[in-house]
Design a protein around this ligand. Structure first.
Ligand SMILES: CC(C)(COP(=O)(O)OP(=O)(O)OC[C@H]1O[C@@H](n2cnc3c(N)ncnc32)[C@H](O)[C@@H]1OP(=O)(O)O)[C@@H](O)C(=O)NCCC(=O)NCCS
Length: 179
């Protein structure tokens, strides 16, 4: 069975992604999470995977948002990639969709030579999932913009995927909203 993986413009694919993200993080759940009130950046690209047409419930099964940003790491500008909104519809989990979508997202970032490394932010219960997929904990501090101004962004743990740089420590300023 072949699985189609789309990498689409972030804004124009939002109507397709929104119902899945709302199902995975409904408003009443989101409101109770420590990061439920964070204002997030919009994805530049989205990796989308549909369940097969002949499956009991076809339609969007998995989403990964992809971001590009010039940040600073210890005061030096560096162009990086971001991954966010990793989510698989509950009835489609454990089929490898998130792994496929993450791989496609990392490949997409790697195709941009200027991208030195990628960052995602995750909750403690997902850390093992990303560590098993080659992501490394960033032990330094991360700063980001919010409507009230610049904040230390510690709502979730930062994880790095190495390309040409391998940051583990220091200060990363996302120079914009987090993802
Ligand atoms: C985390 C999530 C995206 C995984 O999606 P998925 O499509 O089921 O993932 P895959 O099928 O590619 O991988 C599943 C594998 O990861 C493992 N896994 C899933 N969640 C895990 C976790 N939190 N910690 C460790 N391993 C995990 C599964 O046991 C399975 O292992 P196996 O392949 O050895 O059986 C999905 O559970 C989800 O949408 N969760 C809710 C939203 C969320 O927390 N997103 C992450 C935001 S950072």
């Amino acid at each position: 069975m072949s699985i189609e993986i789309d990498v689409l413009n972030g804004d124009s694919s939002w109507p397709r992604a929104e119902p899945l993200l709302q199902a995975v993080w409904p408003r009443h759940v989101l409101e109770k999470l420590p990061w439920g009130h964070v204002k997030w950046a919009h994805a530049d690209l989205r990796v989308l995977i549909d369940a097969p047409e002949d499956s009991p419930s076809p339609g969007l099964a998995c989403h990964v948002g992809v971001y590009f940003r010039t940040v600073t790491w210890d005061g030096r500008k560096v162009h990086i990639g971001g991954i966010g909104g990793v989510s698989t519809r509950e009835d489609c989990r454990g089929r490898g969709y998130a792994t496929l979508a993450l791989n496609a997202a990392v490949r997409t970032l790697r195709d941009h030579e200027a991208v030195r490394f990628a960052i995602l932010f995750c909750e403690p219960h997902n850390e093992a999932f990303y560590e098993a997929r080659g992501w490394h904990r960033f032990n330094g501090e991360v700063y980001a913009e919010q409507p009230e101004g610049k904040i230390r962004f510690d709502a979730m743990a930062p994880y790095i995927f190495d390309f040409t740089r391998k940051p583990r420590d220091g200060i990363i300023d996302l120079c914009g909203l987090p993802w």
